[in-house]
Design a protein around this ligand. Structure first.
Ligand SMILES: NC(=O)c1ccc[n+]([C@@H]2O[C@H](COP(=O)([O-])OP(=O)(O)OC[C@H]3O[C@@H](n4cnc5c(N)ncnc54)[C@H](O)[C@@H]3O)[C@@H](O)[C@H]2O)c1
Length: 436
């Protein structure tokens, strides 16, 4: 279902009229293409806000891929605020960004680097937590398709895949997020062009919608993709698998032995497991029969738990492997008519947070979730017009996301160099007004 309002505001009369009426002004977002892999605008501006009493300054150019000297319209600003330990230090955040934020190119990025909150120093914790409120507020006011995110890190090298993602068009619909990169960088040889070459990725519910985009994106990154979907969708799954030089697997993920069957199908194991299959069966709780409750809980949560357990205990997910599950902002904020769906998606968040440290320690596997907001798919095309319009506009970018936005986020989490990103729930929602 095309977003006609977005097309209208892209024309001069549309822009004029909607501005006069005080209506939202969505900027057309640019996604990654091989021809234009970088952000528009000049080089990335690296700044530092720091130690108490130290005015904001320009950080030394790092050897990160996008480092460089300032230009008139930087494509992005990276503010190193890891040294901010108190309220005085926060003045450096203002001093650094106040003069430059206006100059950031349309579709550009602001990334604030923070430090983990120190439980032994409440001044440091207050100052670092302040960066979140700052970032979320700036995300809501910056406009022109620009995004603002925080990365909390302890080792900048461990955050390279994360910074590359955030400083590229691949993160067009990710804003207002706080991403924790814990731990140190691992010694992994990375091909940044085709990071998943030689790896196998299985995507559930991949015959269409977001799952199909995830399959395509992981294949672009070099993976051999197993396109899993229900037997009724076998034809679509097979066509997609053929196009991606992958494999189709017709399997209902709610089958009690689904994990064992996947393990049998992939005797050499797999590197990336994406739990994307999901359904909705909306009704208010008072009108919801038990069958609607249980079918949603079964597909969206119980099967995710069952297959994850089966594959981990069969050691079918290789070391430095990745599990990416699909939550939803409905699981974070709640949604009328979706008690079943909201419960299932919140359950996914609980699963991720609990399992992540153990899966990493015991299997060398990270576990993260993507939480999409309003994404333009068949699922959301079926939503009544007024609710659909509200869903599209009620975020800082004033538009719905595309399946590829969720797919790119999944690909970053699935990246071999993302081993220090674990237990995170990353919203792909254009900084939706719903939820935290
Ligand atoms: N579209 C959105 O705005 C949105 C927002 C938040 C979260 N999500 C989540 O993203 C995921 C994908 O959503 P979508 O919009 O692409 O949905 P979709 O309905 O277009 O596609 C879902 C796919 O999952 C498959 N599937 C369903 N039950 C299955 C089962 N038992 N076994 C195997 N495959 C099964 C379907 O056949 C279908 O191909 C879901 O988990 C959904 O809850 C979507």
């Amino acid at each position: 279902m095309p977003d006609r309002y977005l097309s209208f505001t892209g024309t001069a009369p549309g822009r004029f009229l909607t501005r006069r009426l005080g209506l939202p002004q969505p900027a057309a977002l640019r996604r990654w293409t091989p021809e234009r892999p970088g952000l528009d605008g000049g080089e990335v501006l690296h700044l530092r806000a720091g130690e108490t009493g130290t005015p904001a300054g320009q950080a030394p150019a790092s050897d990160s891929p996008a480092a460089g000297s300032p230009t008139g319209t930087p494509s992005a600003v990276v503010l190193d605020a890891t040294g901010v330990r108190d309220v005085d230090g926060l003045a450096g955040v203002h001093a650094a960004l106040h003069p430059v934020v206006r100059e950031v190119a349309a579709g550009g990025r602001v990334v604030v680097l923070g430090a983990p909150l120190d439980p032994a120093d409440h001044h440091q914790a207050a100052a670092q937590q302040a960066l979140e409120g700052f970032t979320r507020s700036l995300g809501k006011e910056i406009g022109r398709g620009r995004t603002v995110n925080v990365v909390r890190l302890t080792d900048r090298d461990a955050a390279e895949s994360t910074l590359r993602f955030l400083l590229s068009p691949k993160s067009a619909y990710v804003s207002g997020q706080v991403i924790e990169v814990t731990g140190a960088a691992q010694e992994v040889a990375v091909d940044w062009e085709r990071p998943l070459a030689g790896r196998t990725a299985l995507v559930t519910g991949a015959a269409r919608g977001i799952g199909a985009a995830v399959a395509e994106t992981l294949a672009r990154d070099g993976a051999h993709v197993v396109v899993l979907d229900v037997p009724q969708a076998e034809e679509e799954a097979r066509k997609l698998a053929e196009r991606l030089n992958g494999t189709a697997l017709a399997l209902d993920i709610t089958a009690a032995d689904a994990g064992e069957r996947i393990a049998a199908e992939l005797p050499d194991g797999l590197d990336v497991l994406v739990h994307n299959a999901g359904i909705t069966r909306d009704r208010r709780l008072v009108n919801m029969p038990a069958e609607r409750w249980s079918s949603v809980l079964d597909v969206n949560l119980a099967s995710v738990l069952r297959t994850t357990d089966a594959l981990l205990s069969a050691k079918a997910i290789k070391a430095n492997g990745r599990i990416v599950a699909t939550a939803s902002i409905a699981g974070l904020a709640g949604n009328a008519g979706q008690t079943n769906y909201g419960a299932s998606k919140a359950g996914v968040v609980g699963l991720v947070r609990s399992l992540a440290p153990r899966a990493l320690a015991e299997h060398g596997v990270t576990v993260n979730a993507v939480a999409p907001g309003f994404i333009e798919t068949k699922m959301t095309a079926a939503v009544p017009l007024l609710i659909r319009e509200a869903g599209r506009r009620m975020n800082s970018l004033a538009q719905g996301g595309l399946p590829v936005d969720v797919a790119e986020t999944t690909a970053w989490l699935a990246h071999p160099a993302s081993g220090a990103v674990n237990g995170q729930v990353v919203r792909v929602c254009g900084q939706s007004l719903l939820g935290a």
